[in-house]
Design a protein around this ligand. Structure first.
Ligand code: ASE
Length: 298
């Protein structure tokens, strides 16, 4: 048994090393380790993986064995030789051919989000996103919204789709949507473009990107397009009433700080925005999953 002081140090070390774990995952994805092992007819040795990926033998062996400790790979020793294959986790979520593959989101996190998080201290100091600090581009000179290029925008959209393929279902089940036969999933240039006619407008992972002012403008536009009995379904990660949890929503709110002009919000904050836009009935449902749902009707 370790003392409370030792346990505290263990926890601290785990937090300190968290970024290394992220990078092992990102690198293994980027190099195509999981796809290679999925496509191979049998488990492969480190030398074979290195040869097929064109990577160093030492680096590859370290990466593979670290993935084993992280349960991203499994190893078996046959006649003294270590052979690697995917685990259930990596087969489901990290192999390109899997319908639940998170590869696009992981690539986006590795190439964009991670670099902004490298400037979290500065983001907390000045309360702004870190595109200038991370990429040398002021956020008002980006290709569009939070994207440095069209390629990056597409990478992000594919990433969001990856997450949705796993976490979308439970949110859509949170409310009975049968009173809304025609549903519009709001995307694109929604501050300017006319809104199509619909019974329900879905704002999924949209409001958290924007300031209260911009959210109010967008919700007022949607309220204007809404028929009586129509509504809006907001899909976001809800913060607890006091803002002090759950950890994932708090981390996502910091993520919005380093990357966008938005934040995650509490149910009361969404209620206030929706009420100010003219919506009468507001219901918040926690799903226990990544995303929660708020339904507001006119
Ligand atoms: C945004 C979402 C993200 C804006 C910037 C972002 C994510 C990373 N950077 O709207 C993804 C956050 N994670 C999930 C599961 O949504």
């Amino acid at each position: 048994m370790s003392s409370p002081e030792e346990q505290a140090f263990r926890l601290l070390t785990e937090y300190s090393n968290g970024f290394m774990v992220s990078q092992v995952l990102f690198a293994a994805c980027e190099l195509g380790v999981f796809d290679l092992l999925a496509e191979a007819p049998e488990p492969l040795g480190a030398a074979a993986v290195a040869a097929r990926l064109g990577t160093s033998s030492h680096g590859t062996e370290l990466l593979l064995d670290t993935c084993v400790s992280l349960k991203l790979l499994q190893v078996e020793t046959k006649t003294g030789k270590a052979l690697y294959q995917n685990t259930e986790l990596s087969s489901t979520y990290l192999v390109r051919a899997s319908p639940k593959c998170q590869g696009n989101m992981l690539r986006y996190l590795a190439r964009t989000t991670y670099l902004c998080w490298g400037h979290l201290t500065q983001a907390v100091r000045d309360g702004r996103n870190q595109y200038l600090e991370a990429f040398g581009v002021p956020s008002d000179q980006l290709f569009s919204a939070i994207y440095r290029s069209e390629d990056e925008r597409l990478q992000f959209m594919r990433g969001l789709q990856d997450v949705w393929s796993v976490s979308g279902r439970p949110v859509l089940g949170a409310f009975d949507l049968s009173p809304f036969p025609l549903i519009c999933d709001v995307g694109g240039d929604f501050f300017k473009d006319p809104l199509p006619e619909a019974d329900l407008y879905i704002l999924a992972r949209v409001l958290h990107d924007w300031t209260d002012e911009r959210c109010s403008r967008l919700l007022a536009r949607i309220h204007g397009a809404c028929k009586p009995g129509g509504g809006v379904l907001v899909i976001e990660s809800l913060l607890a009433a006091d803002g002090r949890g759950p950890l994932t929503a708090q981390l996502y709110s910091l993520n919005m700080l380093v990357q966008t002009e938005g934040r995650e919000r509490t149910p009361a904050q969404y209620r206030a925005l929706l009420a100010a836009a003219g919506f009468r009935h507001v219901q918040c449902r926690r799903t226990g999953g990544l995303y929660d749902a708020i339904l507001a009707t006119r």
